[in-house]
Design a protein around this ligand. Structure first.
Ligand code: AHM
Ligand code: MG
Length: 336
């Protein structure tokens, strides 16, 4: 590819996914249609997040706007946009959103084969100060689209067909895996299209960064405590790691994917299952990590082997560079 070809031969996310799907002769374009609706949701949230700083002026996010109308909060609004886009795609049968207590079963006339689990706007504590936030999603296939049941959703993460996230940061970046590697796309605002900018992302085998909320340290278990101690005071001659923690899972995982290192949200005495949700936080990010050559571990097992029993279940999670996760695994193994 010459530099010129890159500028004129634009690999949009739709074109990319169509290319990938054409390898499967049985594909009917349903996945592409589904993904286009997820992309639409991401573009909407991106545009809303970019205006969030103007909330006082134009009345977003719970404020009253100049017309005196009460505005919906950004996370509620984002959820509605995703739900409506996914239902109207005609390709989904069950939706699980962090914002909704119950799973949504799509009415038969609009029903398709896919299940989408998602967190429409994760890291919401970061909205009001303009720090990166994101959308996370995972996609499963239903067993029988005539009789979808909750059991179709309560599948281990390794059964996911695809997973991804969109980060609303200094630019809007969508990272996607359909099970054959990980690719990153950046929204070109002038075109309104996601363009392939990070082909075939591989996480460095070992990293120099650890990422955890150390404010919870007094409640951690032994292996997490010992591991973080080792990051700061290595006794084997290796250099200490740097600490980076944004408190937005998408941003912390995105940095981990690109620069390497480890992200931890461990169990602690106050939250024995950690904080992050299995279906739409832990699984999609673990899927991406494995597809990029990294690992994801719960403290007990490979994260993608976990079988959830409730749609909003939580789990501790340690994910990132292969060697770094290998190390925390050895701390947990030694503890048994
Ligand atoms: P949220 O769904 O309420 O936004 O919480 C999820 C977020 C993640 O993005 C992030 O990794 C984590 O909470 C940070 O938690 P903490 O503030 O406990 O460190
Ligand atoms: Mg969340």
């Amino acid at each position: 590819h010459s530099a010129d070809a890159h500028r004129t031969d634009l690999m949009t996310i739709t074109r990319f996914v169509l290319n990938e799907q054409s390898k499967h002769p049985e594909s009917r374009g349903d996945f592409t249609i589904l993904l286009n609706n997820i992309v639409l949701g991401c573009k909407f949230v991106c545009s809303a997040v970019n205006k969030a700083g103007l909330a006082k002026l134009i009345g977003l996010a719970g404020e009253t706007n100049v017309q005196g109308e009460e505005q919906k909060k950004l996370d509620v609004l984002s959820n509605e946009v995703f739900v409506k886009a996914l239902v109207s795609s005609g390709r989904t049968c069950i939706l699980v959103s962090e914002e909704d207590e119950e799973a949504t079963f799509v009415e038969p006339s609009l029903r398709g084969r896919y299940i989408v689990v998602f967190d429409p706007l994760d890291g919401s504590s970061n909205i009001d100060c303009g720090v990166s936030i994101g959308t996370i999603f995972g996609i499963y296939m239903v067993k029988d689209s005539h009789e979808p049941t909750l059991d179709d959703v309560l599948q281990p993460g390794k059964s996911m067909l695809a997973a991804g996230y969109c980060m609303y940061g200094s630019s809007c970046t969508l990272v996607l895996s359909t099970g054959s590697g990980v690719n990153g796309f950046t929204l070109d605002p002038s075109l309104g299209e996601f363009i392939l900018t990070h082909p075939d992302i591989k996480i460095p085998k070992k990293g120099k960064i650890y990422s955890v909320n150390e404010g919870n340290a007094k409640n951690w278990d032994g292996p997490t405590t010992n591991y973080v101690e080792k990051c700061k005071f290595p006794k084997d001659g290796s250099s200490a790691k740097s600490l980076r923690y944004i408190g937005s899972m998408v941003a912390d995982v995105h940095r981990t994917l690109l620069y390497g290192g480890i992200f931890l949200y461990p169990a602690d005495k106050k939250s024995p299952n950690g904080k992050l949700r299995v279906l739409y936080e832990v699984f999609p990010m673990s899927f991406l990590m494995e597809q990029a050559g990294g690992q994801a571990f719960t403290g007990k097992q490979r994260a993608l082997d976990l079988v959830p029993t409730k749609i909003h279940e939580r789990s501790p999670i340690f994910l990132g560079s292969y060697d770094d996760v290998e190390e925390i695994k050895s701390f947990y193994a030694a503890d048994e």
